[in-house]
Design a protein around this ligand. Structure first.
Ligand SMILES: [Zn+2]
Length: 407
């Protein structure tokens, strides 16, 4: 048995989810849909209206025969916002996302090569503070999508090749500094949550979705099924170390032919050096995309080849899970677009897979660009609100809203 406050939070969660799904509802309809008593509905709605989470919309006279339509309720898309963060080795991206899903104030701050822990954490804190200053709505939480392994239960970060950050309890560090609820997850996992959330905001129901994230050091995979985000043991999974050629190139992990040796950002920069016939001093992924955009043929070849190899990994995902959507993205602007060219070429050349149902129609680029992870991290916090709303409702300042009149 839960406590009374847990029961209240669960009831409120039922109502908020019903309002999100239905758009607008009268109080009696909300009671019918949720199976709660009208008294329970009235009490929770009074709290939600007081704090501006739910708006009352008055439709006025019903008809010439008289009688008013009951006041209808709807979620206030602008009740508050969440901060979304994306931590990469090279940068921190951040944005604000409103309860209704609208994204704003996207910012990106670079991290120098081989940074100390202090530099990385200071950059994260600066991005949070800048976003809080930019926010016109109350900020009620922080979500973080990180590179490498991060355990969503303990909030502890264990990335490869990012030594200064190994073992940092990111969730605790951010909570203590900013005094807000914080949750953390792998970048691809957060982005998958964001993709499903954004579709649901548009009224599109999603049964299953995979998000493939292209990064300098490797490839990430986030999965959603029936509204639940897949979490590997201790937050771990390694899509980049699935083997596409068992006699292939040697990987850092000791095995041969891992996808990451062919399709990660690092592998692609190595390939570019081969094509150019020289060592390339410190070319960054963002510069590589710019080179390709300017018509540089080796850069274009390195990018599309990497995308071609990723096509094998995508086909494996499809064979294992056959998701409704396979979404491709990267925190580096334009990178996923170039991969997509090679990837589609692979699928066309390889022919239909076992399902023979046109895989290319289920593969798409994220429409959130290089902020897909930051957006998803904020969406993850909004998801938490829908599951356990009371603590946030209690913290919100009283609203100044009055009844709105529908036009
Ligand atoms: Zn490997």
């Amino acid at each position: 048995m839960g406590t009374l406050s847990e029961l209240y939070s669960n009831n409120m969660s039922l109502m908020l989810n019903a309002l999100q799904a239905q758009g607008t509802l009268a109080r009696h309809e909300l009671a019918d849909i949720t199976g709660l008593t009208r008294t329970t509905v009235s009490r929770a709605i009074a709290d939600l209206v007081d704090k501006g989470v739910v708006l009352e919309v008055d439709y006025g006279q019903a008809s010439s025969r008289g009688g008013r339509k009951p006041i209808r309720l709807q979620l206030n898309d602008d009740a508050f916002c969440m901060i979304g963060l994306d931590l990469r080795r090279e940068k921190v991206n951040g944005c604000l996302v409103r309860l209704g899903g609208q994204s704003e104030s996207e910012i990106s701050r670079p991290i120098p090569h081989n940074p100390s822990q202090t530099i990385v954490l200071d950059t994260l804190h600066e991005v949070v503070e800048e976003l809080r200053n930019a926010a016109s709505l109350p900020v009620m939480g922080i979500g973080l999508g990180a590179i490498g392994h991060v355990n969503p239960s303990t909030g502890i970060f264990k990335p490869y090749n990012f030594e200064s950050m190994y073992g940092v309890p990111l969730q605790d560090v951010l909570t203590q500094r900013h005094r807000l609820p914080v949750s953390v997850r792998s970048g691809a996992g957060a982005a998958a949550i964001g993709e499903v959330f954004a579709r649901e905001q548009k009224g599109i129901a999603v049964q299953s979705l995979a998000f493939v994230m292209i990064d300098y050091g490797g490839l990430g995979l986030g999965m959603m099924s029936e509204g639940v985000s897949w979490t590997g043991k201790d937050g771990m999974s390694e899509f980049g170390h699935t083997v596409i050629d068992y006699n292939g190139r040697l990987c850092d992990c000791g095995r041969r032919g891992c996808l990451t040796v062919y399709a990660s950002g690092r592998a692609m920069l190595k390939r570019l050096a081969e094509l150019a016939g020289q060592e390339l001093p410190n070319v960054q992924l963002d510069q590589l995309v710019a080179l390709a955009e300017s018509g540089d043929s080796p850069a274009q070849q390195a990018l599309t080849e990497a995308g071609f190899y990723l096509g094998y990994g995508i086909n494996d995902i499809d064979c294992i899970m056959h998701p409704e959507y396979i979404v491709l993205g990267s925190s580096h602007p334009g990178l996923a677009d170039w991969y997509m060219r090679g990837l589609l070429q692979n699928i066309h050349e390889s022919g239909p897979n076992i399902f023979d149902d046109n895989l290319t129609e289920r593969i798409m680029l994220t429409d959130k660009g290089s902020f897909a992870i930051a957006y998803g991290a904020a969406a993850m916090q909004i998801d938490h609100f829908f599951k356990a709303p009371v603590s946030i409702v209690e913290q919100l300042p009283p609203a100044t809203h009055i009844i709105q009149f529908a036009r």
